[in-house]
Ligand binder design. Structure first.
Ligand code: NDP
Length: 326
């Protein structure tokens, strides 16, 4: 048996965590041979609900779970961790301005960055799910100067999976035959799902799609899918977000199920494709051996360039609103 790794999850009594924790415990994220110690973090008012989640976890008697910590102290929850799943975030309340949401979360994530810097392993892999995820990840990274910037990521994997699913329905093909989908930019309504480089088996897919469908159906449907789920379900996506979070960390830590296929992750920009290098921006990446590389040298047409610049602009505005916390 491998030694256990420590996985912290914030917002551990919330909806996404209610699915995510059980995926991690059953080995779906880090492998069926990887024991885990779960370090579950909640704000004090939610500790009672977290106790119930812990009881359910205990009742499953998962063979891979070697320990459970439930706490509201982030210095305890992040102690010596290998993985951080930052799911908890202040929700948007009625009448709240976008700037207030950014600021409220900025304070939470700056404190979490400091705590990670103080007590987590130096090679901790951090995934921010709580919205606004890209900017929350940027704040976390800036507040953890002793951990390499490559270790801070934001989730755009659900958007990536949604794009695969839309293509698979449109083309009436199994989605495992579809490769090289990309999500660029912010996890928000400005994100840009790019199918200009997408292959079915090894053939370009763009020849089978019309621009009208891409512009009027695919892109807006992916961008607004979260709202459509809220309308239908009366609650936001939780299980699919949890699956995407587990896939993101799985592929980063252990490689994609389809080696060398692209994944989309918000990472610190290195200036590739001319993107401002102080942003957490989603790029197409290939994961290998616990690391990732941006797919380089793609030809970006005017249609894509315009949309990539728009989502970059939004992220710069978000960063400007919380500049004092960087
Ligand atoms: P969820 O578990 O449903 O969502 C958690 C976060 O994930 C939200 O910010 C949500 O954004 C975001 N998210 C990112 N991608 C997606 C997606 N594709 N679909 C849906 N959500 C997505 O929220 P709950 O309110 O159920 O749980 C949050 C928990 O966090 C609560 O238990 C609360 O106590 C805790 N919390 C922790 C804080 C902290 O750590 N300091 C602060 C505040 C709360 P969006 O809101 O845009 O849907």
């Amino acid at each position: 048996m491998k030694p256990a790794v420590k996985v912290a999850i914030t917002g551990a009594a919330g909806n996404i965590a209610y699915s995510l924790i059980f995926q991690i415990a059953s080995g779906n994220m880090l492998g069926k041979d990887q024991p885990v110690i779960l370090q579950l973090i909640e704000i004090p008012p939610a500790l009672g609900a977290l106790e119930g989640v812990v009881m359910e976890l205990e009742d499953c008697a998962f063979p891979l779970v070697k320990g459970i910590v439930a706490t509201s102290d982030i210095n305890v929850g992040f102690d010596d961790i290998d993985y951080a799943m930052l799911v908890g975030a202040r929700p948007r309340s009625k009448g709240m301005e976008r700037k207030d949401l950014l600021l409220g979360n900025a304070e939470i994530f700056s404190a979490q960055g400091k705590a990670l810097n103080a007590v987590a392993k130096r090679d901790v892999k951090v995934l921010v799910v709580g919205n606004p995820a890209n900017t929350n990840a940027l704040i976390t990274m800036h507040n953890a100067p002793d951990i390499a910037p490559t270790q801070f990521t934001a989730m755009t994997r659900l958007d990536h999976q949604r794009t695969l699913s839309q293509l698979s329905t449109k083309l009436e093909l199994d989605h495992t035959r579809i490769h090289q989908v990309a999500i660029w930019g912010n996890h928000s309504a400005t994100q840009y799902p790019d199918v200009f480089h997408t292959l079915v088996d090894d053939q370009p897919v763009i020849e089978q799609l019309d621009m009208d469908w891409i512009e009027k159906a695919l892109i807006p449907d992916v961008q607004t899918r979260g709202a459509a789920i809220i309308n239908a379900r009366g609650a936001s996506s939780a299980a699919s977000a949890a699956v995407a979070a587990a896939l993101h960390m799985h592929d980063w830590a252990l490689n994609s199920a389809q080696p060398d296929d692209w994944v989309s992750m918000g990472i610190k920009s290195n200036g590739d494709y001319g993107i401002d290098d102080d942003l957490i921006f989603s790029f197409p990446l290939v994961c290998r051996d616990g690391e990732y590389d941006v797919v380089k040298g793609l030809e970006i047409n005017d249609f894509s360039e315009q949309r990539i610049r728009l989502t970059e602009k939004e992220l710069i505005e978000e960063r400007d609103a919380i500049r004092h916390l960087l």
